[in-house]
Design a protein around this ligand. Structure first.
Ligand code: O2Y
Ligand code: MN
Length: 594
């Protein structure tokens, strides 16, 4: 046996001694195993079979009503030095953290089975992929991990080859929020999670590994682990450009990743290919470009709001072989959520539907489904070398001030644009909804180390041998004085992506402004779009006074990272602030000082 497998066996023994399970099962990822597990969960009520006529092989799971979302206040990054976790993370000293959580793990699997899940994040033969092993006492987690990762025997073989894997220990515990922790030990490549069986808290390959531990690994190994979708845009000549885009949780990443082009674009031969809807790992290739993979194999998407109108591809994807969590059901046992036709009879908690109890589906209800079922799934999603990224796009929900699209003038400016990102919060995480929160690169809940060091890591890619993607910022969520969205969004976002691609290949015009380069109205293809000139002018305006106070706010935010904030970013912000103030001399001085 290889030393890696020996160390895995030793760890499993150690965990079994601590958690005292009745049985241990090593997952092989086979269909037979999945069928046995789902049958067992159907028997004990963990899963409910949905209408097999309309939704073959689809299941409903209801989580504990107090366990319905990620819990940022209980999510810790435990580095030896507090500063290394940074002000962007909750921190506990590793020794103290292990002691606290191990006390909860003691004997927690009595009467349960301990499942060992070897998994690979990314195509099994990709040099960009990384492996992990999750130990869990939840068969629901096993079923989800089988969809979301490459799980089982091939992953175990790769672990043996790699000589390295991320250790994730998970137990649902007693589901009491008072005894819930999601702890990360990046220096030990270890995750420990207890007290939740839900999504990002429990499917450890996703946010915990692919982003928090992944970002830490990426920094030390010279790559980027990002909260980004990856989409391929094919033009009528058949040329495909790949775009990676970061938006905070619940800003429509899944919809953008599965976009259906407007009618006239479809007629002309445009196509959109889905590579990923949530996470992107990018690494410099021999040609100096950034090459990206989606480390996931499935989608864990928000159900409410997903419909034939907003995302027909997602609806086709989830029409079979899907696990639904916390959705409502109709009289004929179909999954249902707000935004779908028909009506619910049972709500997400299994109660007869009563509007007085709130929405029928939980706002963070989810579907888990294999990406291979997506009609626009790209064959390149399985490519070992990944796909070359032409453009990086940052965005957020900004009802005012921020234009529809602008381009950063260079990489350092782009890093500032990403660092300054802000968005109104939504229901994806617990906490207040509808307040503006700075969320640098959409990584606030997911960066496994100090944001100041993270910005420096981004800046470190600005090297002579690199041919870096251009960086853009988009805002689909700008509203008018009456609170109505100015931009239609959805398929029409392709009009903006076309300008972005054309900028990358030097084919489209742009106007320089202090905040970056903006299209003139004529630079966008708006054929067939019913958008009045005033709305378009608002979407493309730069309100200097508003931006001056925005830059002040960004300055205060960046200052919160103290000495770890790279000077280059501070200088970049000062340059833009000076330009906005109409003091180009000061801007030039700021730039020269950088
Ligand atoms: O609430 C959860 O546990 C899931 S959160 C999530 C799931 C899929 C993709 N993104 C997110 C997110 O919060 O960014
Ligand atoms: Mn996400």
């Amino acid at each position: 046996m290889s030393s890696q497998l020996e160390s895995l066996n030793q760890w499993v023994d150690e965990v079994a001694r601590l958690t005292e399970p009745d049985a241990i099962h090593w997952c092989d990822g086979s269909d037979a195993e999945f069928d046995t597990l789902t049958a067992q969960m159907e028997n004990d009520g963990t899963l409910i079979r949905l209408n097999p006529e309309t939704h073959p092989n689809c299941w409903l799971h209801r989580s504990h009503p107090k366990d319905v979302a990620r819990v940022e206040h209980l999510t810790l990054v435990c580095t030896r030095n507090r500063e290394d976790a940074g002000p962007n993370n909750h921190w506990l000293e590793p020794g103290e953290a292990h002691a606290k959580i191990d006390a909860l793990f003691k004997g927690c699997m009595k009467g349960r089975t301990l499942y060992v899940i070897p998994y690979c994040m990314g195509p099994i033969d990709s040099p960009i992929s990384r492996c992990g092993v999750e130990i869990t006492d939840s068969p629901y987690v096993v079923a989800n991990m089988r969809i979301m990762t490459r799980m089982g025997a091939p992953a175990l073989a790769r672990i043996e080859r790699d000589g390295k894997f991320v250790k994730g220990l998970h137990s649902t515990g007693d589901l009491d929020p008072e005894r819930r922790w999601i702890m990360h030990f990046p220096e030990e490549l270890t995750i420990k999670s207890i007290g939740s069986g839900y999504g990002g808290n429990a499917l450890l390959g996703k946010k915990c590994h692919a982003l928090r531990i992944g970002s830490f690994q990426a920094k030390s190994e010279g790559w980027l682990a990002e909260h980004m979708l990856i989409v391929g845009i094919q033009d009528p000549q058949g040329e495909v450009h790949y775009i990676a885009a970061a938006f905070p949780s619940a800003c429509g990443k899944t919809n953008l990743a599965m976009l259906i082009p407007p009618e006239n674009y479809r007629r002309d031969g445009w196509k959109v290919w889905t590579i990923g809807d949530d996470i992107c790992w990018m690494t410099p290739g021999a040609d100096g470009r950034l090459w990206a993979i989606n480390p996931e194999a499935g989608f864990f998407g928000v159900a409410p709001g997903t419909s034939r109108h907003t995302n027909p591809n997602a609806m086709a994807t989830i029409s079979h072989d899907t696990i639904f969590t916390n959705v409502a059901v109709t009289a004929d046992n179909q999954p249902w959520w707000e935004g779908l036709p028909g009506s619910p009879v049972t709500d997400w908690q299994g109660r007869p539907y009563d509007p007085a109890n709130g929405p029928a589906a939980h706002p963070n209800a989810r579907f888990t489904v294999s990406a291979r079922q997506c009609p626009t799934w790209s064959p390149q999603a399985e490519a070992a070398q990944g796909v070359p990224i032409s453009a990086i796009v940052f965005g957020g929900r900004r009802p005012s001030l921020v234009p529809l699209v602008f381009e950063a003038r260079d990489w350092a400016h782009g890093v500032l644009v990403g660092a300054a990102m802000g968005s109104e919060t939504t229901a994806a995480a617990s906490g207040a909804v509808g307040v503006l929160r700075r969320d640098s690169m959409a990584m606030k809940p997911f960066c496994g180390y100090n944001y100041g060091d993270y910005f420096a890591h981004w800046l470190s890619f600005d090297r002579q041998e690199m041919t870096l993607p251009k960086i853009f910022h988009v805002n689909w969520f700008r509203k008018d004085a009456n609170g109505r969205f100015l931009w239609p969004g959805f398929g029409d976002n392709l009009r903006v992506l076309e300008w972005i691609i054309d900028r990358c290949r030097g084919k489209a015009g742009a106007q320089p402004t202090p905040i970056g380069l903006l299209p003139a109205p004529a630079d966008l293809d708006l054929t067939g779009l019913d958008l009045d000139a005033q709305a378009l002018a608002t979407l493309l305006e730069v309100d200097r006074a508003g931006w001056r106070s925005e830059m002040d706010d960004i300055g205060r935010y960046l200052d919160s990272f103290g000495a770890r904030l790279p000077t280059r970013l501070r200088v970049e912000r000062e340059r833009i602030a000076a330009e906005l103030a109409g003091t180009p001399q000061a801007a030039a001085q700021a730039a020269a000082a950088g």
